[in-house]
Design a binder for this molecule. Structure first.
Ligand code: ACO
Length: 400
């Protein structure tokens, strides 16, 4: 590893690395990915063990603090997060300013950014207490806001959180309960969603996390930084991928059209959504866990024979055998299966990226926390390779 700071200190030289394929922008102790081996660790713990034995809030504690909590720390953390899960009542009015058919992600960007206007007692980032309370608020309120986005875009009344429920069951209650019928948590489905949250909680310097760090490097408040991360996540090459997977499956329509579609992919007329990854050049470890979760959920709901699932399996089979995909190391990523699971849980496609944002909030917060606490932290300021015009003189408009 070359330390760029020493190499180029005091010179005009810089690296040109479009898309940052080989440039580290920071040091971090949070998440480690071995893309060639297909391994992912949060704070040193393999993702497989966390997905099997931990729960999302415990994983949040681990990402934020660096260690797993003991029983008392776990209880205290859960209690603090529960205590912060309501949003300011005026925020419900804020929602009413949006068009009724607005995309939930469009509302998320706006509402999360607006939290800075509602929680002004946690904006002084030089104060560790302010920082900590802002972090708790973000983790606690994001499911409430996400569910509000869904309810608003469907013309449904908002559901307030119920504190006897777990973090994930509470989110499902806020999504699905009706005034006539309470939401009865199904442990298999709650566990599946909790696992989706764990798998999406962090992934080192991906585009949205880098966005949060870059925004935060200027000293911007944490709510504004997370709003920036949400905006970046919305893109189809990043968090929009599982939404794009379901759209792709709808467009293909039937197993009979799979061969023709794959030919189009090879001719570069379309991309196979949910396949490929910038870092994993082997199976995405999250994809294996998600595939198992997908089997469990479909079995629980009696949906193993659903046409969409069969279509997805037909695509996966071809992609894993066809030399075009094998040579390019294009394996299914986590989003290939998470879209199918979310759909089976009754979550509409327009909410998929919102769910990702909900889960990733703790990763963004943990990176923001790590960066702000670093005494050597500098404002992020990439260089550029200028390829525009040479110096030229201004021409008055009537002479152009
Ligand atoms: N379908 C078909 N071909 C692909 C795909 C794909 N999904 N991904 C890459 N390729 C091909 C490219 O056409 C290129 O082929 P070439 O060598 O003949 O030109 C080669 O594989 C390398 O592709 P790049 O675009 O250079 O790979 P990069 O690392 O930049 O892209 C990305 C990674 C953006 C994730 C890409 O694989 C993609 O678009 N995948 C689909 C979207 C998706 O699933 N995103 C989710 C990522 S996971 C996440 O955000 C949680």
């Amino acid at each position: 590893v070359i330390d760029i700071r020493k190499l180029y200190a005091g010179t005009d030289m810089f690296t040109f690395d479009p898309g940052f394929t080989s440039t580290a922008s920071c040091e971090s102790k949070i998440t480690f990915i071995d893309g060639d081996k297909g391994q992912l660790y949060y704070r040193g713990y393999p993702i497989e063990q966390l997905a099997e034995s931990s729960d999302y809030l415990e994983t949040c504690y681990l990402l934020l603090n660096g260690e797993l909590p003991n029983a008392q720390e776990k209880h205290e953390f859960e209690t603090i997060i529960l205590r912060h899960n309501m949003v300011h009542e005026q925020l419900t009015w804020f929602f009413r300013g949006f068009r009724r058919d607005a995309h939930p992600m469009a509302m998320m960007v706006g509402v999360v950014g607006a939290l800075a206007a509602f929680y002004q007692d946690s904006l002084d980032i030089s104060d560790p207490d302010h920082r900590r309370i802002a972090e708790y608020r973000m983790i606690a309120k994001i499911p409430t806001i996400a569910a509000m986005c869904y309810r608003y875009s469907n013309g449904l009344p908002f559901n307030y959180p119920k504190n006897h429920l777990s973090y994930t069951a509470n989110f499902m209650h806020m999504m699905f309960a009706t005034p006539c019928e309470p939401y009865e948590p199904n442990p298999v489905l709650v566990r599946a969603l909790d696992r989706i949250f764990i798998l999406h909680a962090d992934h080192e310097q991906n585009a949205s996390t880098s966005t949060v760090r870059l925004a935060g490097s200027s000293g911007a408040n944490p709510f504004a930084c997370i709003a920036a991360g949400i905006a970046c996540l919305w893109g189809p090459a990043h968090g929009g991928a599982n939404e794009a997977v379901l759209k792709m499956l709808d467009e293909i329509g039937d197993v009979a059209h799979v061969e023709e579609f794959m030919q189009g992919v090879k001719e570069k007329r379309y991309r196979l959504m949910g396949f490929g990854h910038r870092v994993y050049k082997n199976m995405d470890p999250r994809a294996s866990i998600m595939k198992q979760t997908c089997d469990e959920v479909l079995a629980e709901l009696g949906l193993q024979d659903s046409p969409k699932f069969k279509l997805a399996m037909a695509l996966e089979k071809i992609a894993l055998e066809d030399p075009y995909f094998v040579e390019r190391k294009l394996y299914p990523n986590v989003d290939f299966y998470s879209g199918i699971v979310l759909s089976a849980l009754g979550i509409p496609v327009s909410m998929f990226t919102v769910i990702f944002a909900l889960a990733r909030t703790v990763g963004w917060i943990s990176h923001w926390h790590e960066m702000i606490a670093d005494p050597h932290q500098k404002i992020g300021r990439p260089r550029q390779l200028y390829t525009g015009e040479q110096r030229r003189d201004y021409v008055p408009v009537n002479q152009r």
